[in-house]
Design a protein around this ligand. Structure first.
Ligand code: NAD
Length: 490
């Protein structure tokens, strides 16, 4: 497959960034290259925002909030705008998907029919919420005649910071609820994958969102990201990224007590009982770890299998891994693309070799794939001790660790023995057992006989060190709202 003409035209010149409705292309800004991880070639470039640009973006968002350019609209007008953005995303779906594939390496079909559709759905879902935001009246016990009620108000200017593994969809998961709540915003995409967020900005402008309400400032975390987090004008930051960076944000916001929602890393357990339907479990589990080359926060990376079905499950998974077609996301036959960078590939390979040094056995893969692109083989490690680094730490690559267990009671204890708590799944045909396990496992989202399926209506977020707060559903909207209580003496 070849990218369409719209993508070729879009990438022909360095992409500007968006501040107060203007697309900035100043000679003073650094131009950063975007690399295709499947070929290691430059596919395009973008202007990186400097600290003064970020401050201008924050000021523009603040003025638009003060002037009520957006939050002053009726809920129905807001909803129409969000719905228009969704329609534009669908209309430009191929272009956005090519950008995701070229910039991040994911197979085109996954980008087109997974992420682009989900991004549009995010705007449609929160368009529906614009007209459902409201407070409540409450009777109070103070003697006298009073009327009391609560109001929901937008929190103010919000900073949104996203990672590289799903740039478009993660931008949509944050921008849509922020706009539905009436906030103005400054978003910083990952420096590794900024192109689709910049393109989304074009569509947002086209949809008629007033200038200054949505500002996009690409650049690195230490300057652009940190400036957003340090600004007292930014009332809340919604961050998706690693647990390590999340901890830095907590420190940086301590001085101004900024509100934070943090969608962080994971090490999600997968429990397979002896009555599981292996015909469904094997592809489901493999997809749960190998899709997007394992660069998924909810990747099912720790496997606990009942001894009775262990051999059949393992041989099915090995077969699946060995037959997975690894290659460029532009090849329609590709099932797994590359890792995002050479640096990240080295990190994943280091985990594999440390895991082996700590006693793990390689059942499939384990190696870098020679040639252009940051590819590695889909990897399965068995005999993994619970203390092994590949059982404890987030690898963020296509590496499945099978942990040694004697029985499923031990599996539940081991599954919960983690600093993380983002997601998990269970595979069994006994539905009552499945629901019991769902309530036993410490995870923000849990799947039964499937893994990694998101939906905008379902809140998403982590227990433990996997984060604070939720995205999706009404819960996700609430993190962009303040509650005001009013008591009136009558
Ligand atoms: P990262 O933490 O390195 O970077 C995330 C974002 O933070 C980037 O935009 C980066 O530029 C910015 N950043 C870095 N340092 C910063 C600082 N000091 N101040 C402000 N911003 C800063 O994460 P990554 O490597 O881009 O993404 C992979 C991680 O994201 C994995 O750990 C993965 O589990 C996590 N993730 C979590 C979810 C979730 O919903 N829980 C979803 C996707 C990815």
């Amino acid at each position: 497959m070849k990218p369409n003409k719209a993508v070729i035209d879009y990438l022909a010149t360095p992409r500007p960034f968006l501040v107060n409705g203007e697309w900035i292309t100043s000679d003073e800004n650094l131009i950063e290259n975007s690399i295709d991880p499947a070929t290691e070639k430059v596919i395009g470039s973008f202007y990186a925002a400097a600290i003064q640009d970020v401050n201008k973006a924050i000021t523009a968002a603040h003025s638009s909030f003060q002037q009520k350019n957006w939050r002053g609209k009726t809920p129905s007008e807001m909803a129409k705008h969000l719905w228009t953005i969704a329609d534009l995303i669908d209309e430009h779906g191929d272009t956005l998907a090519y950008l995701e594939t070229l910039d991040g390496g994911k197979p085109f079909a996954a980008a087109r029919y997974g992420e682009v559709s989900m991004a549009a759905e995010s705007f449609r879902y929160y368009a529906g919420w614009c007209s459902k935001i409201g407070g409540r009246t409450t009777d109070i016990s103070i003697p006298g005649d009073f009327h009391s009620y609560t109001k929901k108000e937008p929190i103010g200017v919000v900073g949104l910071i996203t990672p590289w593994n799903g740039p478009l969809v993660m931008a949509a998961w944050k921008i849509a609820p922020a706009l539905a709540a009436g906030c103005s915003l400054v978003i910083k995409p990952s420096e590794l994958t900024s192109l689709s967020t910049l393109y989304l900005g074009k569509l947002i402008s086209e949809a008629g969102i007033p200038d200054g309400v949505v500002n996009i400032v690409p650049g690195d975390g230490e300057t652009v990201g940190a400036t957003i987090v340090n600004s007292p004008m930014v009332k809340k930051v919604s961050f998706t990224g690693s647990t390590e960076t999340g901890k830095k944000l907590i420190q940086a916001s301590a001085g101004n007590l900024k509100k934070l929602t943090l969608e962080l890393g994971g090490k999600s357990p997968v429990l397979v009982f002896d009555d599981a339907d292996l015909g469904k479990a094997i592809p489901g589990i493999a997809d749960g770890i190998f899709s997007n080359a394992g660069q998924v926060c909810v990747a099912g990376s720790r496997l606990y299998a009942a001894p009775e079905i262990y051999d059949d499950l393992l041989s099915g998974l090995i077969d699946y891994a060995n037959n997975l077609r690894v290659g460029s996301g532009l090849d329609p036959k590709t099932q797994m693309g590359p890792l995002i960078s050479a640096q990240h590939r080295n990190k994943v390979l280091r985990y594999i070799s440390d895991g082996i040094d700590q006693g793990a056995k390689v059942e499939a893969g384990g190696n870098k794939i020679d040639g252009d692109g940051f590819f590695i083989e889909p990897t399965i490690l068995s005999d993994v001790a619970p203390s092994n680094c590949v059982a404890q730490e987030e690898i963020f690559g296509p590496v499945l660790s099978i942990i040694k267990i004697e029985n499923m009671d031990e599996a539940i204890v081991q599954a919960n023995a983690s600093n993380y708590g983002l997601a998990g799944s269970v595979w069994t045909q006994d539905i009552s057992k499945a629901h019991k396990i769902a309530s036993e496992i410490n995870a923000g989202i849990f799947w039964i006989n499937c893994h990694g399926i998101p939906d905008m209506a379902v809140p998403f977020g982590g227990y433990n060190q996997s984060g604070w707060g939720r995205e999706g559903g009404p819960e996700g909207l609430d993190y962009y709202l303040e509650t005001k209580s009013v008591i009136a003496a009558l």
